[in-house]
Design a protein. Structure first.
Length: 495
C-alpha cells in the first residue's frame, strides 16, 4: 500500500474523453490519447489494500486488483503487467469494454467513489505493449493432442491461447472473413480500435495458434468431420440469435436488427465498403432497447449524421445512487450512467422528443406504420409502469424512417447446422446444455461463453474461455495446471 491515506486525500479522476464535437467527426476511441498515464499512479494510490478485497469476488476472472494497484502506484509496470496477465488474457479488451463490476465491489465504494480499477487495468495493458512486456509465450513442448475451437470471440480466443500455451495444437474456426467475433464487427471502433485486437492475434499466431477464417462449421465443413479430425472441440460461437419484436408493422422496410446494422459500419472502417448500405445519414432513427448494443447503435448513428436519434428503454430511469435496499454493496447496481454515446446525443441534442441524453425511459413499442411503398415512417409507443403494463393516455408517435432493434440475444444461432449435426443437447432457454466440466452430452465436445451461459459480459466470456481450457486440458491429459476461475454454474453476485 504505497499511500495509506491516498483514498482520503486523492479524489477519483477518470480518463478524460475528447470533446464531443471533435470525436463525432471520426471513429477513433473517445478518450484523449496519452491523458491516462499522467493520472493513473495517483488513482492507484486510492486503493485501500483491503484485508478482504471484494473486487476479487465481483470480477469473475479473480483479477489481483490490489496487487497491481500497488505496483502501479510504485510505477513498477513490468511487475504490474505480469500480475494482470496472470488472470486475464486480454486486459486491453476488458479495460475498454467491460462495465467494471469490480468497481461496484470496491470497498471504498461503500461511501466514496470507487477506485478507477478499469482505467488502471487499461493503463497497465497498454504500457505492457508499449514496453514490450507482452511477448509471445509459445509452449516448450507439444502434447500431440489437437483441439478445434469454434468461434473467435473473447471466449474462443481465451480458450485457444490457454490451450496453445499448454502445448496442444489448436485451430480456431471463424465463419466471418476476419477474426474477433463481436469485437470485430459488433463493437464500434470508437469504443475499441481494432489494432488492439490485431496485436493480440499476432501474439497468438506467434505462439502457434492456427486460425481458419470464412469457415462456417456445419455448412462449409461438416460438424461430424471436424469432431473426427480433432481430439476435442470447444463450441464458443456466442449468443447470436437475436430477439424479435412481434408488433404490427414489423415487416416494414427500414426496420433492422442491431447486428445487421453495426457490422456494416465496422466494414466501412475495415475498408470493405466506401459507405454503409444501411447508413443512418439524414434519417430519423429510433433504437428499441436500452442496453449497451443500443448505445453502440446510438453512437454509430450520430457519427453517420442521422437527422435525429432516439433510444427507447422499457425500464424506468434509474436513480443516480445505489438503492441499498434492492441492490446493496457489493452487487452491481442499476444506476443512471452516461455512456460516451449518450453524452454525445445529449450535447448534440439528437432527440428533441426524448430526455436530454436521447433516451425515453419506461417506453414500450406498440406498432409501426409506413408509407405506400411499405417503408417505416412512424413508431407508436406508450409509457409503461413497473410491471411493464401500458399507462393509459400516454401514447405518442415518433417519426422513424429507420428503426434498430437492440433487444439482446437468446442463444447460439442454429442456422449453420453445427448444433444439430453434433447432436448437442439444449437447455429450454435456448443455450447449450453442459455439466460441471463444461462438457456437452457428446463426448469430447465442450461448450463455453454466451453459447452456453447466455448473453453476458466480456469479462465473463474471457473467464469462461480460461475455465473451459482447463477442463479440456484435463480431458486430454488427465490433469491440468491451467487456472479455472469459474464453474459453469457461477453467476454474478446478487442478493
Amino acid at each position: 500500500m504505497a499511500d495509506p491515506k491516498g483514498f482520503m486525500t486523492t479524489p477519483r479522476e477518470e480518463w478524460p474523453r475528447r470533446p464531443v464535437e471533435e470525436r463525432v467527426r471520426d471513429w477513433d476511441e473517445v478518450y484523449v490519447p496519452g491523458a491516462l498515464l499522467p493520472i493513473i499512479s495517483k488513482q492507484a494510490d486510492r486503493c485501500m489494500d483491503c484485508g478482504v478485497p471484494f473486487c476479487h469476488d465481483a470480477c469473475p476472472l479473480g483479477n489481483l486488483i490490489p496487487e497491481w494497484n500497488d505496483l502501479v502506484s510504485r510505477e513498477d509496470w513490468r511487475a504490474a503487467g505480469d500480475r494482470l496477465h496472470a488472470t486475464n488474457n486480454f486486459p486491453e479488451f476488458t479495460g475498454r469494454l467491460c462495465p467494471a463490476p469490480c468497481e461496484a465491489g470496491c470497498v471504498l465504494a461503500i461511501n466514496q467513489p470507487a477506485v478507477t480499477i478499469k482505467n488502471v487495468e487499461c493503463a497497465i495493458a497498454d504500457r505492457a505493449w508499449a514496453e514490450g512486456f507482452a511477448s509471445p509465450r509459445p509452449p516448450e513442448r507439444l502434447s500431440g493432442r489437437t483441439v478445434a475451437v469454434i468461434g473467435s470471440g473473447p471466449t474462443g480466443l481465451a480458450a485457444a491461447q490457454q490451450l496453445t500455451r499448454a502445448g496442444h495444437t489448436v485451430a480456431v474456426y471463424e465463419k466471418d472473413d476476419r477474426l474477433g467475433g463481436l469485437m470485430r464487427y459488433g463493437i464500434p471502433s470508437f469504443k475499441m480500435e481494432k489494432h488492439h485486437l490485431e496485436r493480440r492475434l499476432g501474439q497468438m499466431r506467434a505462439e502457434g495458434t492456427k486460425f481458419r477464417t470464412s469457415v462456417a462449421v456445419g455448412r462449409d465443413i461438416g460438424a461430424a468431420e471436424l469432431r473426427a479430425r480433432y481430439d476435442a472441440v470447444v463450441i464458443a460461437t456466442g449468443a447470436t440469435a437475436w430477439r424479435e419484436l412481434p408488433v404490427p408493422g414489423r415487416e416494414l422496410d427500414g426496420i433492422h436488427q442491431a447486428m445487421e446494422y453495426l457490422p456494416l459500419s465496422n466494414r466501412v472502417g475495415e475498408g470493405d465498403l466506401a459507405r454503409s448500405p444501411m447508413s443512418a445519414a439524414g434519417r430519423h432513427v429510433v433504437i428499441v432497447g436500452g442496453g449497451d448494443t443500443g448505445a453502440d447503435c446510438l453512437g454509430t448513428a450520430v457519427r453517420e449524421r442521422a437527422a435525429s436519434v432516439t433510444q427507447l428503454d422499457i425500464y424506468a430511469q434509474p436513480g443516480a445512487e445505489r438503492d441499498e435496499d434492492v441492490e446493496p454493496w457489493p452487487t452491481y447496481p442499476k444506476i443512471y450512467r452516461l455512456s460516451a454515446a449518450h453524452e454525445e446525443a445529449r450535447d448534440l441534442q439528437t432527440a428533441p422528443d426524448a430526455h436530454a441524453d436521447a433516451r425515453l425511459f419506461a417506453a414500450s413499442t406498440l406498432r409501426f406504420t409506413g408509407d405506400a411503398s411499405g417503408h417505416v415512417r412512424s413508431l407508436h409507443l406508450t409509457e409503461v409502469d413497473a410491471a411493464r403494463q401500458p399507462v393509459h393516455g400516454t401514447g405518442r408517435t415518433l417519426p422513424a424512417d429507420m428503426v434498430l432493434l437492440a433487444l439482446g440475444f437468446s442463444g447460439p444461432d442454429r442456422e449453420d447446422g453445427l448444433i444439430d449435426q453434433l447432436g448437442v443437447a439444449m437447455e429450454p432457454r435456448g443455450t447449450i446444455a453442459r455439466d460441471a466440466e463444461f462438457t456437452t452430452n457428446v463426448p469430447g465436445v465442450f461448450a463455453a461463453g454466451d453459447a452456453a451461459r447466455g448473453q453476458s459480459l466480456i469479462v465473463w466470456a474471457i473467464a469462461e474461455g480460461r475455465a473451459v481450457a482447463a477442463a479440456v486440458d484435463r480431458y486430454l491429459t488427465g490433469s491440468s495446471q491451467l487456472p479455472a476461475p469459474i464453474s459453469p454454474y457461477d453467476r454474478p453476485m446478487s442478493v
